[in-house]
Design a protein around this ligand. Structure first.
Ligand code: GLN
Length: 229
């Protein structure tokens, strides 16, 4: 399997580590392809991760190499291939640039929980069928850059074992009345994750935790692709 990871900005290495560790559990042979220029993205890529960060910076940073445009073109050429957008990645799916139509039918507002210091962690309720019950939680070692995951969602200390550890960092907010696709994650009454066909968008950061359910979803979706997808 070849998973493309947009190296636009933000928590990228954590996503790579999360994919590789769940690949081992699922016994899948996976290569994470770091996407930096438009040329790095071709039809051999079967699934994509759009990480969090700062979406305006991501849009500006990608201009010179045309990466974001090539990502959107790849999604249009391969509508069934799965994409996981986390936080700013969710914004890029809901509000693509350059007059493109949204890839998820969900209204989203940037920075709507407040400022950076209003960031928070909270257990959330995941209803996406494939990720409903707790998957394997894997203790992570620091990666090649010395990054280690936050200690949240530790299996032993979780009261509700099926709750997903939500890490919200200056997160966007979905408009509860502006959703025209499947709701897959809630924090109380608040919608924090949606799925529109092959696109999954969450306003939190699963890659910063030890819980790999969303990365498992991505690999499982790739496994189910047909050769014509
Ligand atoms: N506040 C960022 C934005 O609007 C998103 C934050 C994140 O990805 N953690 O782009």
């Amino acid at each position: 399997m070849r998973v493309g990871l947009a190296m636009l900005q933000g928590a990228r290495h954590e996503h790579e580590e999360a994919v590789m560790s769940i690949a081992e559990v699922l016994k899948q042979s996976v290569e994470v392809v770091q996407l930096r220029t438009a040329d790095d993205l071709d039809s051999s890529i079967q699934g994509l991760i759009l990480p969090g960060g700062e979406s305006t910076t991501m849009r500006i940073a990608s201009r010179s190499e045309g990466l974001l445009d090539s990502i959107y073109e790849w999604m249009e050429s391969h509508p069934n291939r799965p994409v996981l957008g986390t936080c700013a990645g969710a914004i890029l799916l809901a509000m693509p640039s350059n007059d493109r139509s949204p890839y998820i039918q969900a209204k989203i507002s940037r920075n709507a929980w407040g400022r950076q210091r209003q960031s928070f962690e909270a257990p959330i309720d995941v209803t996406l069928e494939q990720v409903k019950t707790r998957g394997t939680s894997i203790a992570r070692k620091p990666d090649a850059y010395g990054h280690t995951p936050l200690i949240v969602g530790d299996v032993e200390s979780d009261i509700d074992k099926d709750a997903f550890p939500g890490v919200f960092i200056r997160a966007p907010r979905f408009d509860n009345d502006g959703i025209d696709c499947e709701v897959i994650a809630r924090f109380g009454d608040e919608i924090v994750g949606v799925r529109d066909g092959s696109k999954c968008a969450v306003t939190f950061h699963p890659e910063l935790t030890n819980d790999r359910r969303f990365h498992a979803w991505l690999l499982n979706e790739i496994a189910e692709l047909s050769p014509t997808d």
